[in-house]
Design a protein around this ligand. Structure first.
Ligand code: PGA
Length: 220
């Protein structure tokens, strides 16, 4: 990622929250603090958000993105583009149009959900799914309960950048770690390409680089 940002200092970068990329962001912040990297000119696009959660709510994914990525990397808040957090269809369509007009994403940093979702594109999600309001899948609610203490505290609906936009990113970094991701990683990378495993659609994307720890790939 540091190499890509060095080549394209004004990159448009779609950025995930979740636990997986936190080590990457901390390492980028370390390099920036040491003067080895200057990401201050990139534009950051939020990947997803719980619907109807204000930015000051502790569960806000926008707040998490600011704390873990935008601030530590010295990116001015004016160059942070949130997803339309109420999921209004017109606002989502305008958002996709503006990203297209700007030239699409240069780089997308993605994790993978236990059900194969990317962002909150829950199964089934087609390759041309736009940015939109979605109902969260039960597996996602269970997985995200770990962050907020209980499934009851996980909002039921969310807004996600659509498959169409993220699959068109010039470069995609897919990150996964832990044995609990092994099955879904195999299905996504080696299984059939199907909307039932949205991450399997990455097999058709132009430039995908996959970073896994041994638990997420090795033999059981
Ligand atoms: P995680 O989330 O990084 O917290 O595992 C990934 C995801 O649900 O996409």
């Amino acid at each position: 990622m540091a190499g890509i940002l060095a080549e394209r200092p004004d990159a448009r970068v779609l950025v995930a929250t979740g636990s997986t990329p936190m080590g990457l962001y901390a390492e980028l912040a370390r390099r920036r603090a040491g003067g080895a990297l200057d990401p201050s000119r990139i534009t950051v696009y939020q990947l997803d958000e719980y619907a109807g959660i204000p930015p000051e709510d502790p569960r806000s994914l926008l707040g998490w993105l600011v704390r873990s990525f935008v601030e530590p990397l010295g990116i001015p808040l004016e160059r942070l583009v949130p997803v339309p957090r109420d999921g209004d269809p017109d606002a989502c369509a305008r958002y996709d149009l503006e990203v297209d007009r700007a030239g699409g994403y240069d780089l997308a940093i993605l994790g993978i959900g236990p059900n194969g979702h990317l962002g909150f594109n829950e199964p089934p999600s087609d390759a041309d799914a736009p940015t939109r309001l979605v109902e969260l899948a039960p597996e996602t609610i269970r997985a995200n309960a770990a962050y907020w203490g209980s499934p009851d505290l996980v909002p039921r609906r969310a807004v996600t950048v659509g498959m169409r936009g993220l699959l068109a990113a010039r470069t995609i970094l897919l990150l996964a770690s832990g044995a609990h991701k092994r099955d879904i990683v195999r299905r996504a990378l080696r299984g059939p390409v199907t909307p039932e495993v949205p991450a399997s659609l990455l097999q058709r994307a132009a430039d995908v680089r996959v970073f896994l720890d041994r638990d997420a790939w090795g033999e059981p």
